[in-house]
Write a protein that binds this ligand. Structure first.
Ligand code: NAI
Ligand code: MG
Length: 505
């Protein structure tokens, strides 16, 4: 593979030199060309320019990476390493992420479009944090001793205990909305548990994962423990999901592809965990503190340009305060400066890709054509005329549950706002979705807050806050939003299996 010319618009960026180097596959601790010699283009969403050409791994490369991961799992130093040594390496990856914060944040902005300031305070520090949080678990993967009775052998004695063992070779397929953070959420627990990994980043945003691969080697990961195969979903991703020597696949992305992953996994019945789409209800009662609820509801949908699986995209507001809240959120939306993520004034950058731009603007049209009104936004941003994928933050009113825009995930800065009168009906309306990822409730009534937190079918319920994430708090979906949990000690279940040992005494 050869280097490409960096467009003049980013030539002065600190990462320009790194960007100009060939972007290969990481297999068995070597950066290698894909066997088919193909590449795919990576775009700067702020301009539409090509900023890198990245190795397009295919089935043969996935197979080579899986073989390296298998050798590393069965025979390598990783297996023999003490938990303390393993934890130290995982911790060191977190430290290296922190040390390279500026550089990684710049790659996120170039690749995904998000504002640099956001990448610096959220994406990169959270990625470092999950490695440090998970590093501590490497030494705490304990089983139990179990007092068994064995009814049919009352005169015998046994010593029974459980071992918590790594599940093996893990395939991880991640999306483009938080490229580095999604890699970190997946890798940190898998490595802490002693698994070996083949990671397939999203084709829209492979850069920060590749830089993370370099840092992971610097941290001391032995050969073959982490392999990174960039490539397209239909080729590299599909080959990883269906590979018969992969013990487990962990996927984050669309519900549609999640179902394909489940089908692809049937060959060897590999374990599957899924973190999928959402259409999260955000419910504001008239007793709520509107000084926090209004900006909170705005940020619930506009943060990361609405490209969050848990975005608060279905807003329900008690009727008496509907106009005040809707116009308050519209005011917040008008304060949002849309522009290049490197511009200090930018609050909202471009969407990630032409495909997402087309998809989100199409949904705006579908909403408007089916009777919804745009209280603000409702179209592409004028900055899009120069080639970037910019859209306006949008509030759709006059919407109802039968509309496509209320049922389907848009994955852009588009909220559908609806009113309610009966606080009892709101649980049913909140749960009227195939998804169950997250929900928001804004109220001063603590009993109601608890009642709703229990009644809403979602993996996370935020009360008087939204989009609060922490490495210690599990995250994942009810219903068609997924299987299993990320983060917290719960994620260890994704990467461990339990062995019962019973010794006759
Ligand atoms: P996607 O689900 O196609 O892509 C996510 C990952 O899956 C990428 O790494 C992709 O290469 C891979 N992939 C795609 N097809 C595959 C296949 N057949 N086998 C294995 N891996 C495959 O999502 P896409 O197309 O980028 O976005 C479409 C919609 O999906 C978005 O508009 C949004 O609604 C939803 N989405 C949800 C995300 C979440 O965090 N839950 C993240 C990204 C997208
Ligand atoms: Mg897709």
């Amino acid at each position: 593979m050869t280097a490409i010319a960096i467009p003049p618009s980013i030539a002065s960026r600190p990462s320009a030199q790194w960007l100009s180097k060939p972007k290969q596959l990481l297999i068995n601790n070597q950066w290698v060309d894909p066997q088919g010699g193909e590449t795919f283009d990576v775009f700067n969403p702020a301009t539409g320019e090509v900023i890198a050409q990245v190795a397009a791994g295919e089935a043969a490369d996935i197979d080579k990476a899986v073989k390296a991961a298998r050798r590393a799992f069965e025979d390598g130093p990783w297996k023999k390493m003490t938990p303390s040594e393993r934890g130290k390496i995982v911790w060191r990856i977190g430290e290296l992420i922190d040390q390279h914060c500026d550089e990684l944040a710049e790659l996120e902005t170039l690749d995904n479009g998000k504002p640099l300031a956001v990448a610096k305070v959220a994406d990169v520090p959270l990625a470092g944090d999950i490695f440090r949080y998970m590093a501590g678990y490497a030494t705490k993967l304990e089983g139990n001793t179990i007092p068994i009775s064995v009814l049919y052998a009352p005169d015998s004695q046994f010593h029974a205990f459980t071992l918590r063992e790594p599940v093996g070779v893990v395939g991880q397929i991640i999306p483009w909305n938080f490229p580095l953070l999604m890699a970190a959420w997946k890798l940190a627990p898998a490595l802490a548990c002693g698994c070996t990994v083949v990671l397939k980043p999203a084709e829209q945003t492979p850069l920060s994962a590749m830089r993370l691969g370099e840092l992971a080697l610097e941290a001391g990961l032995p050969e073959g423990v982490l392999n990174i195969v960039t490539g397209l979903g239909e080729t590299a991703g599909a080959a990883l999901a269906s590979h018969n020597d992969v013990d487990k696949v962990a996927f984050t992305g669309s519900t549609e592809v999640g179902k394909m992953i489940v089908n692809a996994a049937t060959g060897n019945l590999k374990k599957v965990t899924l973190e999928l789409g959402g259409k999260s209800p955000n419910v504001i009662f008239k007793d709520a503190d509107l000084n926090t609820a209004i900006p909170g509801a705005a940020s619930a949908i506009f943060f990361n340009h609405g490209q969050c699986c848990c975005a608060g995209s279905r807003l329900y507001v008690e009727k008496e305060i509907f106009d005040e809240v809707a116009s308050g959120i519209a005011e917040e939306a008008k304060k949002i400066t849309v522009g290049d993520g490197f511009d200090e004034n930018t609050v909202m950058g471009p969407l990630v890709s032409q495909e997402q731009f087309d998809r989100v603007t199409k949904y705006m049209d579908i909403g408007l054509n089916s009777g919804a009104k745009a209280l603000c936004g409702g179209s592409a941003n004028e900055a899009a005329k120069d080639g970037g994928y910019y859209v306006n933050p949008t509030i759709l009113v006059d919407t109802h549950e039968q509309m496509q825009v209320v049922q389907e995930e848009i994955f852009g800065p588009v909220v559908t706002a609806m009113s309610f009168t009966d606080p009892e009906e709101i649980v049913a309306r909140s749960n009227d979705s195939i998804y169950g990822l997250a929900a928001g409730v804004w109220t001063a009534d603590i009993s109601r807050a608890h009642r709703l937190a229990k009644a809403i079918k979602a993996g996370t319920v935020w009360v008087n806050c939204y989009n609060v994430f922490d490495s210690a708090m599990p995250f994942g979906g009810y219903k068609q939003s997924g299987w299993g949990r990320e983060m917290g000690h719960e994620v260890l279940n994704n990467y461990l299996q339990t062995k019962s040992v019973c010794i006759g005494l």
